[in-house]
Design a protein around this ligand. Structure first.
Ligand code: LLP
Length: 458
């Protein structure tokens, strides 16, 4: 029998608990998340959460490929045949996922030699890969050029020279986009905004560096200048920032046309499209987003006097993979802190989800091993690391009969959780399991202590 729990006061920034804590809001949970009618346990892709925990251990990331594929189709349909959609692999990079997204017709963005190797080994057509990064290593540039990667987004003058060298050595002529810093202040967390002037990415528009980068590329015979790239940030809900960015990039395109007589073929507006993590989040529907973004680009290109609108590319990462995945944890200790809240400790934490500590990210969770009609209990879900900042969910409600051994699921952990995972405190990184039609298979193996010890060569 669990002890009766005190009712803690609700923090001002926390909405009232949902009428039914067992309900799964379709905007937040994966496509095939449901509750088993008999046991009330959470099922994912038709697999009972308790079976997943028993078979693969916890914590574990559980991914629904049908959800990922549906989002790929939605983005492709919404943006249309005359646009490219490229999955930003940094959100979550594994061979299985790169196969799903490319089977659905998307390209793949990579930002390191490691991600590039995963894509190539998954059989992604090199033509459909774009390489990003503010400090690409010489070997990464060489590998990209020799593998025939479709686009390289250059980010510094040094890199233009290095890329020209490797292209020359390989007898290749890579397609190049120039990453432009548009000076846009995206409305998101400071560490997720990437287009204000005082940061490390791209060539500044304001200083004229972007114009100079284009000049240099055009002067080099073994680089093929294709167009411009801008990425303003991540987890963005309104299109205002994209509008300002498109306006500034279109003006640069007009200057390029004036100076060199070249019409840019491609305009890549990056990723950053926000998703719902909690019921308070209200991101635009992807069709609305596509409609307004396409209109913005056409209008800004026309206003800048460009005869034709360049081909648009977008690079969603979170928007493709984020909502497809949940993390299952087992509840360990439960502690009431008088007058404040109940601390629910789980068997993972900041090593599998650093986003709460790093960006003040918010999440939704639910009891997964059963349903419960007990009263809502104001909770803080914390991990098992030696840090008081090791918080998975700052405020949420769990049923007050929650007990050690219960499973809880945290929704929308597909993007930037596994990919930012660490071995802090020598915890092993969780596996990733794909669930479809009642079957489950590991797509990324859970790490073992032997894996960690194997690296420690003494
Ligand atoms: N393209 C470029 C050039 C990027 O830098 C990024 C993300 C994307 C596309 C994809 O953005 P998305 O659609 O996933 O928002 N770790 C942070 C997010 C960092 C995003 C970095 N760049 C987080 O956990 O929220």
């Amino acid at each position: 029998m669990s002890e009766p729990r005190p009712a803690h006061p609700r923090p001002a920034d926390l909405p009232a608990p949902a009428a039914d804590l067992n309900a799964l809001d379709a905007r937040i949970w994966p496509l095939n998340a449901a509750r088993d009618p008999a046991s009330g346990a959470l099922t994912l892709g038709g697999v009972d959460a308790r079976d997943l925990a028993g078979r693969f251990g916890t914590p574990v990331f559980v991914t629904d490929p049908a959800d990922v594929r549906q989002r790929c189709r939605d983005y492709s349909d919404a943006f249309g045949d005359d646009a490219n959609v490229s999955y930003a692999a940094k959100a979550f990079c594994s061979r299985a996922v790169l196969r799903w997204v490319t089977e659905e017709g998307l390209g793949v963005d990579v930002c390191s030699g490691g991600e590039l190797e995963v894509a190539l080994s998954a059989g992604v057509d090199p033509e459909k890969i774009t390489l990003h990064g503010n400090n690409k290593l010489p070997d990464e540039l060489k590998r990209a050029v020799t593998a025939g990667v479709g686009h390289i987004v250059v980010d510094s003058y040094e890199e233009i020279a290095r890329l020209a060298f490797h292209a020359d050595a390989a007898g290749a002529r890579p397609n190049v986009l120039v990453r432009v810093t548009t000076g846009v202040e995206a409305h998101t967390h400071e560490f997720m905004a990437t287009a204000h002037d005082d940061q490390k990415f791209g060539f500044s528009l304001a200083s004229g560096a972007a114009d100079e980068a284009v000049r240099r590329i055009i002067s080099l015979p073994n680089l093929e200048f294709k167009g411009l790239h801008s990425h303003i940030g991540s987890q963005i809900f309104d299109t205002a920032g994209f509008e300002v960015a498109a306006h500034r990039v279109a003006e640069l395109a007009a200057r390029i046309h004036g100076e060199h007589g070249i019409a840019i073929e491609e305009l890549d507006l990056g990723g950053g499209f926000g998703i719902a993590y909690t019921q308070s989040d209200d991101p635009p529907d992807v069709y609305e987003l596509a409609k307004s973004l396409r209109a913005v680009v056409a209008a800004q290109c026309a206003a800048a006097g460009l005869d034709q609108t360049p081909r648009l590319t977008i690079e969603p990462g979170r928007g493709i993979i984020g909502p497809s995945t949940v993390t299952l944890y087992e509840v360990g200790t439960i502690k009431d802190v008088d007058g404040l809240r109940t601390y629910v400790s789980v068997d993972g934490g900041m090593s599998d989800n650093i986003r709460t500590a790093l960006y003040d990210a918010t999440y939704t969770c639910a009891l997964a091993s059963r349903r419960s009609d007990a009263r809502p209990m104001l909770s803080r879900v914390v991990g098992r690391h030696c840090e008081s900042g090791d918080i998975v969910i700052r405020h949420c409600y769990l049923p007050e009969d929650l007990a050690a051994g219960d499973l809880i699921a945290v929704a929308a952990t597909g993007a930037y959780c596994w990919s930012l995972a660490s071995n802090y405190n020598h915890l092993t990184r969780p596996g990733v399991v794909a669930v479809t039609g009642g079957d489950a298979r590991e797509i990324v193996r859970r790490e073992t202590l032997d894996d960690l010890l194997a690296l420690d060569v003494g």
